[in-house]
Design a protein around this ligand. Structure first.
Ligand SMILES: Nc1ncnc2c1ncn2[C@@H]1O[C@H](COP(=O)(O)OP(=O)(O)OP(=O)(O)O)[C@@H](O)[C@H]1O
Length: 231
């Protein structure tokens, strides 16, 4: 599905990603874990084309997209839920969702019904401005917007940051359902270990811009947690 080979990235003179390799198979549900500042968001932005890679290759279904512009990612079936949600506060819920439709390859102007099935609150708030929604509702909107292209690969950057527990539970259920029922490949950056253990099948842990541990979530040991994740 997606393969990263020898990715290097720098902000000015400081190198953030170091010869990073990562491969996600189709239909997998992978959590990318790591302490603050190890480069998780930077890596997602490189995958999305929002930051240029200095060197290395990003392949999606075998196609090299390392140097292709960000706006082509949705056309390749990649949906993205950025850290901090980045919804448009002045636009209505409906308008926010419609911005996502621009990434569809079939030109459809219809918001898929599945989004309202997964997040009924969005249906009841279609005419409300995004900025008037609660944090949890905004997060549901951000995920809904990413789903408008019916992505093959869904990338989420800390979707539970600052969200109330009942919505965290709901977001977890949605992620698992998308993966199981629609075979959506999921890459999830997550700080909450309990949540990652609940939804994730596989994990990769980053430290100082490299992947330092990987495996099945069931095999994520307390020793590894202590070494790379405990604060
Ligand atoms: N725009 C930027 N310019 C310079 N340095 C940056 C920029 N954005 C991030 N960094 C630095 O790059 C490093 C990696 O940041 P990144 O946000 O990718 O980490 P992260 O693992 O996602 O952390 P968090 O969990 O806190 O979001 C950090 O040292 C950060 O300070």
């Amino acid at each position: 599905m997606i393969e990263l080979k020898q990715i290097n990235q720098l902000y000015g003179g400081s190198q953030i990603l170091w010869d990073l390799n990562l491969e996600l198979t189709s239909g997998s549900l992978t959590c990318l874990l790591g302490r603050n500042g190890v480069g998780k968001t930077t890596l997602l932005k490189c995958i999305m084309g929002l930051l240029p890679v200095k060197s290395g290759t990003i392949l999606i279904d075998g196609k090299d997209i390392s140097r292709s512009p960000a706006h082509l990612r949705p056309k390749l079936g990649v949906g993205y839920v950025p850290q901090g949600r980045d919804i448009f506060p002045q636009l209505t819920v409906e308008e926010n969702l419609r911005t996502g439709l621009a990434g569809r390859t079939d030109g459809s102007k219809k918001i898929p019904d599945l989004i309202f099935e997964l997040f009924p609150v969005l249906d009841s708030m279609m005419k409300r401005r995004g900025g008037d929604l609660s944090g949890g509702q905004q997060q549901q909107l951000a995920i809904g917007r990413a789903l408008t292209i019916e992505p093959k690969l869904l990338i989420l950057d800390e979707p539970n940051e600052g969200i109330q527990p009942n919505i965290v539970q709901q977001i977890g259920d949605v992620i698992v359902r998308l993966n199981k029922e629609f075979n959506t490949t999921v890459l999830l950056v997550e700080q909450k270990l309990a949540f990652a253990r609940r939804v994730g099948q596989d994990f990769h842990i980053m430290e100082k811009g490299r992947i330092v541990a990987s495996g099945e979530m069931n095999n994520l040991s307390d020793e590894v947690v202590k070494e790379y994740l405990a604060v």
